[in-house]
Design a binder for this molecule. Structure first.
Ligand code: MG
Length: 382
């Protein structure tokens, strides 16, 4: 296959799985970027022969350069390096799988350059959804969802009329603390929170899955990707993570996408759309599962979900504030500075403290994000 791919976040969970898919289908890698993991980045460069490689952390730049003196590759660093890769039209498609707000500028840069994006960086849409979707439409850029739920919805929309869609059903695994009540979550440890039952993912998203903030962010992501009203999105807890999401049309037909919980399926669909070729994963055996269960989410215990949904109802900068606040709060939890339940409490406080405002440009997003981060850091240090 002649497809050429660049990856931002190539050493992470999505990035490494994307490389497996790329390898299986004989696609070419044009550029790779990672945050800090230069050892793995070096291995990837030697294996996939990209023309460009970037380490986002500028303090690692000289070491990466030194490791690659014998290789014909351009070594870049920082946000400039990420954006240089994002706008490079030698790639047919850019996989953006970096974690957090840091993914927004490269996304906008790729859109401006007219490059299609396989988007795994949900914070891009949560913080800057209005901006991103408007510019992508203007430039005729396709954004292919990589998140398993959004890929499922995207797949269920194929061959049907968008205007006949009634609602979407976004499934949630419920995370490692499913069935617990608030009191029981008071003293949970980082280790407890990192033990996800179905999916193996990076730390930030695993904590987000434990608080259900991940589902809240996905609610917002779905709103933007599929141009929905909040009322058209239903969240259903589905412990087995087999139904990756579903859509309902006006005739009450519900179409779901199913498969084993393996990110390589949605990654491959985003890269090969509309083709469905063999994928390096297993077949789903429904009889092996036997029973699939569906329940309403417990928003009282998992307040993050409720806050995220409230933020998109408020609109403007509110989701961006929630996103920034949550990023800093999760980092503080991982460092043992705050408790598990503080993530929700602090994020809510940040949203209550903000002055509601519409987003009209990139700087509005940056300002709202900075406000949220500073608010959380100041509150924690008090
Ligand atoms: Mg997901």
């Amino acid at each position: 296959m002649e497809k050429v791919v660049s990856i931002l976040g190539s050493t992470g969970s999505i990035g490494t799985q994307a490389l497996e898919v790329i390898e299986m289908h004989g696609m070419h890698v044009h550029a790779l970027a990672a945050n800090q993991n230069i050892a793995l980045l070096e291995t990837q460069v030697r294996k996939y022969h990209p023309k460009k490689v970037c380490v986002y952390d500028t303090t690692r730049y000289s070491e990466l350069k030194a490791r690659l003196t014998d290789v014909d590759v351009q070594v870049l660093t920082g946000m400039d390096g990420m954006c240089e890769i994002a706008l490079d039209n030698c790639a047919d498609i850019l996989i953006n799988s970096v974690v957090g707000m840091v993914g927004l500028l490269p996304t906008l840069t790729a859109i401006n350059a007219g490059i299609d994006i396989a988007l795994a960086n949900k914070e891009t849409l949560v913080a800057g959804g209005a901006l991103v979707m408007e510019r992508a439409a203007k430039k005729g850029v396709h954004i292919y969802p990589v998140d398993s739920e959004h890929s499922a919805i995207f797949q269920c929309l194929q061959g049907n009329k968008r205007e006949q869609l009634r609602k979407i059903i976004l499934t949630a695994s419920g995370g490692p603390f499913y069935g617990k009540i608030k009191n029981e979550l008071q003293n949970v440890t980082v280790k407890d929170a990192l033990a996800h039952p179905n999916w193996s993912m990076g730390n930030k998203i695993t904590i987000d899955s434990a608080t259900l903030m991940n589902k809240g962010l996905e609610f917002i992501e779905a709103k933007w990707l599929f141009d929905l009203q909040p009322e058209q999105i239903e969240i259903v807890v589905h412990r087995q993570s087999v139904v990756h999401s579903a859509v309902e049309y006006q005739d009450c037909s519900v179409i779901a996408q199913m498969g084993v919980p393996d990110m390589k399926i949605p990654i491959q669909y985003a890269l090969l759309y509309p083709d469905r070729l063999p994928c390096p994963t297993r077949s789903l055996s429904l009889t092996e599962y036997g029973t699939l269960t569906f329940e309403k989410p417990d928003m009282k215990t998992f307040e993050c979900l409720q806050i995220a949904i409230e933020s998109i109802r408020i609109g403007g900068i509110a989701p961006c504030v929630i996103n920034g606040a949550n990023e800093v709060a999760v980092a503080a939890f991982l460092e043992g500075k705050i408790g598990f339940l503080d993530i929700a409490t602090l994020s809510k406080k940040a949203m209550r403290a903000m002055k509601p405002m519409e987003i009209t440009c990139y700087e509005d997003v940056i300002r709202a994000d900075r406000f949220a981060r500073e608010f959380i850091l100041n509150t924690i240090s008090k």
